[in-house]
Design a protein. Sequence first.
Length: 161
Amino acid sequence: MTIRREDGLTRCLSEISQLWPAKPYEGVLRIFSNIKDLKSVMKGTDFDQRVYAMVGQIPHGHLSTYGQVADRIGAYGCARQVGWALRRLSLPSQIPWQRVVNAQGRISMSLSREGSDWMQRELLIAEGIPVDLEGRLPLKRFLWSPDEGQIAEMGQLLRAL
């Protein structure tokens, strides 16, 4: 049976909506209630787990770049490796991978993900982030800048892994 593109998106959005609250997001999205919950969905290397933990902190309706994620986990200059870690996620995922884009404010097209760029585009639009047909989005307007409390919380989370 061949699954049409929109059927795959509908299924993915349906499964994701079961993971996240039904109400519009208020403040920072908290998918995981504790480290045990986070580790239960994270597989992969220690680096991958640090990436997933950081990406899990990006609030609904905000974006981060691959480079910013790398910097925030202490892996300066490892933006490409962050992308590889996110590609290893199985979809759908509890990790909000769609909120990470390249430094030019574009969805990174990846043949290795079998065209998940259209899924990322639709998920971002569903979060209220406009994305044009070429994958461009207003990065400056939606870029996440964590405050001091969020930075401290992220540090505690990364040390606990």
